[in-house]
Design a protein around this ligand. Structure first.
Ligand SMILES: CC(C)(COP(=O)(O)OP(=O)(O)OC[C@H]1O[C@@H](n2cnc3c(N)ncnc32)[C@H](O)[C@@H]1OP(=O)(O)O)[C@@H](O)C(=O)NCCC(=O)NCCS
Length: 216
């Protein structure tokens, strides 16, 4: 399988930086808040353990990036690039292709809409995927508004287990054709610069790691 290394991406206000082991502490400090987790999948442990972010990175995120099946970015403002304020992810998982969260103090400013435009483009244009599907709790009004604004439509209604319990869920879908019609592109490469990540533990122990800093 062709492995696409995660590139640095950029929008007018946001830097999207590939998630790495060095983000564990910032994730641990920023992520475990009820406003963020309540509508996330029940796989998120709650109460969040003190090593939750580190385990998430080492057990799930970094192996999947290395396998070329997931792409994860931390979100940072260009004006404060040292501070992680959220995460966006893409998954090659049928029925669940995108995940996102933003610290509450940065919500409702259009930032996630901006980040989604960027990673949707990466999904359809760089990765060439034909369809994006995203499940979300109907009660998650912000997330549903995001999908409406993106021109997604509902293809399935079901129930799923969330951190806050069993909730009615809608699966929203956007096809590549719809995305192109909405955005009027193909319009060129999305990454800002190739990215060289810090070597993580497995690589330091001599295991094969992900491809580093390769141009797409
Ligand atoms: C969902 C989430 C990422 C939205 O981020 P955001 O930066 O606030 O989104 P935007 O500012 O781009 O807003 C998108 C739309 O949602 C609306 N919106 C945002 N939060 C909302 C809320 N709590 N209630 C109602 N509408 C909301 C905005 O007004 C905007 O609507 P518009 O298109 O009519 O202008 C954010 O609320 C979040 O991180 N939630 C916790 C994690 C989560 O639930 N992730 C999604 C799992 S499916």
């Amino acid at each position: 399988m062709l492995v696409h290394p995660v590139p640095v991406l950029s929008t007018s206000r946001l830097l999207l930086k590939p998630l790495e082991l060095a983000d564990a502490q910032a994730l641990q400090e920023t992520f475990p808040r009820w406003e963020i987790v309540r509508y996330l999948n029940a796989h998120v442990p709650w109460p969040y353990p003190s090593d939750g972010a580190l385990r998430h990175l080492t057990d799930s995120v970094l192996p999947a990036i290395d396998a070329g099946t997931e792409w994860h970015w931390s979100l940072r403002l260009h004006t404060a690039p040292a501070r992680l304020i959220g995460v966006v992810s893409l998954f090659d998982t049928p029925g669940n292709n995108r995940g996102l969260w933003l610290a509450p103090e940065w919500q409702k400013r259009g930032l996630m809409g901006e980040a989604c435009q960027c990673i949707n483009r990466y999904w359809f244009e760089t990765l060439g995927r034909p369809v994006m599907q995203v499940p979300k709790a109907i009660a998650n009004r912000g997330s549903c508004r995001l999908s409406v604004r993106e021109g997604m439509h509902i293809v399935e209604t079901t129930f799923s287990e969330y951190v806050s319990g069993r909730l009615e869920t809608q699966v929203w879908q956007l096809t590549r054709e719809q995305w192109m019609a909405n955005t009027g592109i193909l319009s060129g490469p999305v990454e800002a610069t190739p990215y060289t990540h810090e070597r993580h533990d497995d690589e330091q122990r001599g295991h094969p790691g992900r491809v580093i800093g390769r141009e797409l």
